[in-house]
Design a protein around this ligand. Structure first.
Ligand code: AMP
Length: 586
């Protein structure tokens, strides 16, 4: 039997877990249901609750409940849960941990590895945040794949050679559309587009706004500041919205909404459709954009797959039919298809035989920046290195040049997005290449981008003068490694040590396999941190240029070693830095 690698759809509203066996895919029930609300809360005794139990207390205890955390992934923010504050990664880790624990109960074996899906439009930070959430939950995230790609994987086995498909995915919080082609058994995503802030939650919000206005009109009472009532309204109106998918109208009655007055509303499907039409128009613009990117027209598409609960809205299907002459289909449950596809990808990684193999693309352009003149205007512009829709893994370089003679250093910036202006794109990170050799202006520096199958980027800058090269890799993960320790401590108060409780009786302890560190690795990390602190203090003082360069190189190399969990290399770098500090410190 091949190794167990589960598939997880970590959704805004709901999450699902699936497992692929050689001949079938199984959606694993969580708390008895295929779908678990992505909701985290604390009960009255302060105990962590996840899923439907947490959702049930959403109205009664909003300050003890968190929903839709996926919308905050990648943000440097904290959300309140009772007395404590948690990052989006930490909250998401509670959801993943629940899936892991419940899945282990159902399957009767430990779950250590997972493929997790994200919207195709998730940027670098959001993907990384998802990966960290997995690690905090005690999971090794072997691959992060795009949700529409996973959906295509689920359909992959049943589609004809050469077939072109459109995956239209409208969930609770995000929208994605992808053009997918099957060629020689390979599922290839040709183009992908989307909006990270568009989904069924926005439809609910429009209904809430409408109900608040109606309540004001009927009773002259403004509910806008009343968080608890607004949440109650959202729950009621979300239910009404679903009814409108099957019925032409729905009556809503909430007694004593403000403690004194009832809310009474009749919602007509037609009126509701007028409300949400502008939002759905935005999805159609994305469909057009992805077709244009794939150099196809609607007529070239043979199948449209609908993914995500909000695609049950009849207007979605009608618009696709009327505006694009596309006939959508629902062969696989739109709520489960993504987790199923992710589990198939997990099975393929574990060595199972499948007809369809995945080829993913980057939905964004990745650029560095350079001073140049465009349309007569001089300024800092983006230099694309990996254009949108490049197949992954991708590896490409471009040359930039120094601006003046003997320039000692150069700043390398990395941006993600389609604009030529850096300020209109998403800033990914920057770093300084120092110690450039003495050379006239125009000294070339090669910027190399490596984008892996998880959509995670590594950047290397190499100076190329007289054969002498200096290389620095962008270390966007190093910072997270340190945060990870903090995050582990933060979540430990609610869940204990990650993974410790997850192995069914009789199984060996998971050792390092679940993401926990061994004691000697902890020790290496601690001394790396301490040495780095001392080295940075030293860099503030006036030490020789050569020594400063050497220190920075060692700090960089040890950050890379930490990121790659390369403990031998870290030990070596710790020793080198310790020796250097011995000579340089007073
Ligand atoms: P997902 O993120 O894929 O779980 O989708 C959740 C979204 O689908 C939420 O906004 C739900 O309110 C919405 N949804 C679920 N069922 C229906 C339905 N029958 N009609 C309209 N929207 C629905």
């Amino acid at each position: 039997m091949s190794e167990l690698i589960v598939g997880i759809d970590l959704g805004t509203t709901n999450s699902e877990l699936a497992v692929s066996f050689d001949d079938k895919v199984q959606v694993v029930p969580i708390h008895g249901h295929p779908i678990m609300p992505s909701c985290v809360g604390l009960d009255l005794s302060g105990k962590l609750i996840v899923g439907q139990a947490a959702k049930n207390q959403l109205v009664a205890a909003p300050e003890h409940t968190v929903l839709s955390i996926k919308r905050r992934m990648g943000e440097e923010t904290k959300v309140r849960l009772g007395e404590k504050e948690f990052s989006p990664e930490e909250i998401s880790s509670f959801i993943l941990r629940e899936l892991k624990l419940e899945g282990e109960k159902q399957l009767g074996q430990p779950i250590r590895k997972a493929v997790i899906t994200v919207p195709a439009f998730f940027n670098e930070r959001q993907r990384k945040a998802t990966q960290i959430a997995g690690e905090l939950a005690g999971l090794e995230v072997v691959r992060i794949i795009n949700e529409p790609t996973a959906a295509a994987m689920a359909y992959g086995a049943g589609v004809a050679e050469g077939e072109r498909m459109l995956v239209y995915d409208l969930g609770g919080g995000t929208f994605d559309v992808s053009v997918v082609v099957v060629e020689q058994g390979v599922v290839e995503v040709k183009a992908s587009h989307g909006d990270t802030h568009l989904g069924g939650d926005d439809f609910d919000q429009l209904l809430v706004d409408y109900a608040v206005l109606e309540f004001k009109r009927q009773h002259n009472i403004d509910l806008i500041q009343d968080l608890k009532t607004l949440r109650r309204l959202k729950v009621v109106l979300e239910r009404a919205k679903r009814t409108l998918s099957d019925e032409p109208f729905v009556k809503v009655r909430e007694e004593y909404l403000d403690g004194q007055h009832h809310l009474e509303l009749e919602l007509l499907r037609e009126a509701y459709e007028r409300m949400i039409l502008p939002l759905l128009e935005r999805t159609l613009t994305c469909v057009h954009q992805s077709l244009t990117d794939a150099r196809l027209g609607p007529k070239d598409i043979q199948k449209v797959m609908l993914v995500g609960g909000a695609t049950r809205t009849p207007l979605v299907q009608r618009l696709l039919q009327e505006r694009l002459r596309l006939d959508p289909r629902f062969e696989i449950d739109p709520d489960l298809i993504v987790a199923m596809g992710a589990s198939i990808q997990g099975g393929v990684i574990a060595g199972q035989q499948r007809h369809s193999i995945l080829v993913d693309i980057t939905p964004h352009t990745y650029s560095t920046t350079a001073l140049s003149t465009r349309n007569g205007e001089e300024g800092l512009f983006c230099v694309p290195i990996l254009p949108r829709n490049t197949p992954l893994p991708a590896s490409k370089s471009e040359m930039v040049y120094t601006l003046y003679d003997n320039q000692p250093s150069a700043k390398v910036e990395v941006h993600q997005g389609e604009s030529e202006r850096p300020e209109q794109n998403t800033f990914i990170g920057d770093f300084l290449v120092e110690g450039l050799s003495q050379a006239p202006e125009g000294n070339p520096i090669v910027i190399h981008f490596d984008l892996d199958l998880n959509g995670i980027l590594k950047v290397t800058a190499t100076e190329k003068v007289t054969g002498l090269a200096k290389t620095v890799a962008l270390d966007t993960k190093g910072q997270h490694v340190l945060n990870l320790d903090e995050a582990r401590r933060n979540i430990a108060s609610l869940v204990g040590e990650p993974g410790a409780e997850s192995v069914p009786a009789g199984e060996a302890a998971p050792g390092n396999g679940n993401g926990d560190l061994q004691a000697d690795e902890e020790e290496l990390l601690t001394s790396a941190k301490e040495l780095r602190k001392r080295a940075e203090a030293l860099l503030q003082k006036s030490i020789g240029e050569e020594d400063a360069i050497e220190i920075r190189e060692i700090i960089h190399a040890s950050a890379v070693a930490i990121k790659d969990s390369n403990w031998d290399a870290l030990e070596e770098k710790n020793e080198a830095l310790s020796d250097l500090l011995f000579y340089l410190e007073d």
